[in-house]
Design a protein around this ligand. Structure first.
Ligand code: HEC
Ligand code: HEC
Length: 301
């Protein structure tokens, strides 16, 4: 009897040891990736100072969801707080207390927004630079001009904490865009953006903002790294939900959050209040692109 107990004890001890080791390894590997430093040759981007460009920059900050995450006043906020994800805090982008505005140089803004790397050389957590990498110099310059123009906001926000489940999913699935800096090609010149116009190509440029949730191929499915309880993003390709929608149906859904079938989209999961502020021409370009995208089944990302 005694030896059986001893064996059970040994097996149990080994199992606990393995679990502790695995958790330790997950923390160790993710921490070293979070604390890696990047030395980036930042390309020069012209930052305009005229009122029209700053106004346009505010539009870009709206439809690219900067204000959804960093707050309407860009003062930063607790963006997600969830046991499975942790606490993700967006930076105060203004020149107020604890804001970056008083110390950031133009090159720092380009490094952060286009490359996902902070002024200390470390990768920014959950800041979707992988999407902003595609912004044209004109759009990037305008959005930086706008950020620099906002009134200072004082903030006192807690620090980021990444919970174990998110670390594990990030490590093992490789799909969670936790550190954009790891996936961006920092060496080659940034992609050339299409000309502004009501074209599918310009729609594709705008749709980069949809890919973080709806997937690169826009076919929807569970959003990688989202807290449990979030709905799946829906299929925006011609193989999915939007079959039978007209262009006005699409524009109305984006503007009001109500689909042609009368379903209310929840802004906390599908940020239509900011995305729906695209101009008519932008929404028409987006629609042209969605119609031209290859049809996929739901969830093929
Ligand atoms: C999905 C949410 C999200 C969106 C959208 C987003 N950000 Fe961020 N951003 C973050 C988070 C989170 C951080 C903090 C990262 C960290 O602390 O490591 C951050 C950090 C930054 C920083 C670096 C600040 C610092 O502390 O050094 C800048 C600059 C920035 N964002 C600008 C922008 C701009 C401009 C846009 C729109 C073009 C934008 N962000 C859109 C989440 C977001
Ligand atoms: C932060 C994640 C997120 C982003 C970014 C996002 N979506 Fe969504 N989208 C969702 C989710 C989640 C749903 C389902 C919402 C619900 O059921 O309330 C959805 C639903 C939709 C629907 C409704 C489909 C239907 O049949 O009901 C449309 C249309 C849509 N999104 C278009 C877009 C477009 C276009 C963009 C980019 C400009 C975009 N979304 C960006 C998460 C997102």
């Amino acid at each position: 009897m005694k030896t059986v107990f001893r064996w059970v004890g040994i097996v149990f001890g080994v199992l606990v040891g393995l679990i502790v080791l695995t958790i330790g390894a997950i923390y160790f590997i993710t921490e070293s990736r979070i604390n890696k430093t990047y030395d980036i040759q930042v390309e020069t981007v012209a930052i305009p100072t005229d009122a029209a460009a700053i106004e346009y920059g505010k539009h870009v900050a709206t439809i690219r969801a900067c204000i959804e995450c960093h707050g309407e006043d860009l003062g930063g906020k607790i963006y997600i707080e969830d046991p499975a994800v942790g606490r993700l805090v967006t930076s105060n982008l203004t020149a107020g207390k604890n804001g970056i505005g008083s110390s950031y140089t133009d090159a720092d803004y380009v490094r952060a927004i286009r490359h996902g790397v902070g002024s200390d050389g470390k990768p920014l957590l959950l800041m979707p630079s992988l999407e902003f990498y595609y912004l044209s110099d004109a759009d990037l310059g305008a959005v930086i001009a706008y950020v620099k123009s906002v009134p200072p906001v004082d903030s006192d926000l807690p620090r980021n904490q990444v919970a174990l489940p998110l670390r594990a999913i990030y490590l093992f699935s490789g799909e969670v865009g936790m550190l954009s800096a790891e996936v961006i090609d920092h060496e080659s010149p940034p992609p050339i953006a299409p000309e502004v116009g009501v074209t599918a190509a310009y729609g594709e440029y705008l749709a980069v903002t949809c890919t973080g949730c709806h997937g690169k191929g826009l076919s929807g499915g569970p959003i990688p790294g989202a807290p449990p309880g979030w709905p799946e993003a829906l299929n925006l390709t011609p193989g999915g939900e939007l079959i039978g929608w007209s262009e006005p149906d699409f524009i109305a859904a984006m503007r009001t959050g109500v689909t042609p079938a009368g379903r209310q989209l929840r802004n906390e999961f599908m940020p239509w209040k900011v995305l729906g502020q695209m101009t008519d021409d932008e929404l028409r370009a987006l629609w042209l692109y969605l119609q031209s995208a290859p049809a996929k089944e739901q969830g093929n990302r």
